[in-house]
Ligand binder design. Structure first.
Ligand SMILES: [Zn+2]
Ligand SMILES: [Zn+2]
Length: 178
């Protein structure tokens, strides 16, 4: 999605658009957290206006993010709904140093040329929204290390064997012999 700088006026405008997921997925695949992917376009609500040479963008980015659980490898999905605010100043040497728009809750960036490409901004927000490690649920029990059963769904037999103290003794003996 691109905005023409000339179309951004002092009157705030609101638009909603869908950002295609393909480019974002390409970035996700190449990035450090490649277990994430999007299955549908990202929904963006954007409002924008100009204040002098600065462009002010704000809105929400909504995405459904799919991933393989780090413990049980089941596919899981999280919904992300992230607000953003951004000030863009023209890339001119010396400009923007004394602007009073640099409040703490605003992200600050520069623009160049007569178009604003929103796609990199959206990709960045999606990356920021990702949990460091995908889990299907906070207390996912993972897979049984012996039989590979998904312990969220079944209680396999290995588990009881494992806890049987008599078998523990047998294992110790075996270890001592070898
Ligand atoms: Zn899991
Ligand atoms: Zn098992």
């Amino acid at each position: 999605m691109k905005l023409k700088v000339d179309d951004i006026t002092a009157d705030a405008r609101e638009i909603t658009f869908a950002e295609p997921e393909q480019d974002i997925n390409r970035v996700l695949e190449q990035g450090p957290v490649h277990e994430y992917r999007l299955k549908e376009p990202v929904e963006v609500e954007l409002s924008y206006y100009r204040s002098g040479m600065d462009l002010l963008l704000s809105g929400r980015i909504k995405a459904r993010i799919a991933a393989d659980c780090a413990r049980c490898a089941e596919e899981c999905e999280t919904a992300s709904d992230r607000p953003f605010r951004l000030v863009l100043s023209p890339k001119v040497v010396g400009y923007g140093e004394e602007t009073d728009l640099k409040a703490d809750d605003l992200e600050f960036s520069l623009y160049e040329g007569d178009e604003i490409d929103l796609s990199p901004l959206i990709r960045e927000q999606i990356l920021l929204a990702l949990p460091t490690r995908p889990l299907c649920q906070e207390d996912c029990r993972g897979l049984c290390p012996r039989c590979g059963a998904n312990l969220n769904r079944v209680q396999c037999d290995c588990r009881t064997e494992w806890l049987d103290p008599r078998l523990d003794v047998l294992r110790t003996i075996k270890l001592q012999r070898s």
